[in-house]
Design a protein around this ligand. Sequence first.
Ligand SMILES: *Cc1c(COP(=O)(O)O)cnc(C)c1O
Length: 381
Amino acid sequence: MSSYEDVVKEVLSIIWPKPLKLFTAGPVACFPEVLEAMKAQMFSHRSSEYRELHRDTTVRLADFLETKKSTVLLIPASGTGFMEASIRNAVTPGGKVLVTIIGAFGKRYHEVVESNGRKAVVLEKAPGEPVLPEELDDALKKNPDVEAVTITYNETSTGVLNPLPELAKVAKEHDKLVFVDAVSAMGAADIKVDEWGLDLVFASSQKAFGVPPGLAMAAISDAVFEKAKTIPNRGWYFDLLKYKKYLETQWSTPSTPPIPQIIGLNVVLRIIEKIGGKEAWLKMYSERAEKIRKGVLDLGLELFAKPGYYSPTITVVKTPPGIRGIEVYEAMRKRGFEIAKGYGPVKEYTFRIGHMGYITDEDIRELFDNLREVIEELKKK
Ligand SMILES: *Cc1c(COP(=O)(O)O)cnc(C)c1O
């Protein structure tokens, strides 16, 4: 026993003064097995043990994403790091990108494009709506000079899942690079990288894989790496060619990777295998999402997303008239549930229920028992 147990207790009392059940948009609750494995003592990321961890995790993730053609990178960053990397590595300085926006994270991609000195052509839909393939086709016909298209697979602010395979198909017909923000989709919504022709599809550890934050992962096509060779000043930290070289020569990263998170991801990928593979895992997610949507509708509340495009990872709920989203959030928190506040343009009159990570059926039942009472109380006030 070390003599510093009190120190640990002090810190934990800051972050966990009382237990909360998480229905967040990320970071989400992690499998106990993930947290257990992440407690392992550290070791060098230049060791043979690390190489094996990195190799094995990469191979398993490539398998999960159904890709043999692309390169899977694990990098020390949050998911947004890959937004920046996609633009800096695969769009000519001053060149144009078609940015599709259906909510707050599409807007972020827009900012990333412009803050890196590239030009954005925007295709924006009203909150709650997806982008439709014919709309993308139209936008690309009008803007033949864009080099790439950005798509938010699952818009976490509105709870909408875009029809990614159809959108990617249109982009490919126009011979454009396809960059996909799959941060809140990967691990819960199907992704078939090779079949759908995705050039750079990225996510973060702290969403549907249910691992603590700090690790970003992506599958990247050869076309992106070829383009990167022609782009000057890609920078150092997000230079994808540098990451590829380190992967190929030593199954590692140019700078220090978040080893615990990679251990955590490896554990999750093995748990997926144990529960019956990708299909069984995605089914678990879609059934959980259905259960949550049904719970919301049973309370007489309305879903924000357009029917047919519901997210498998987050349900955005309209508050009843006169009730603000933040009031529901605060009242649930008092009862021991951390849901997600409304986000972006629809913040005021929505709240969100995240369904990613470690959540049991019992948690869901308790959530709705409490939510029912909270809504009743708020209606009376
Ligand atoms: C959470 C989220 C992000 C931001 O991810 P970070 O890991 O915080 O950088 C980007 N896009 C979507 C769709 C998200 O849900």
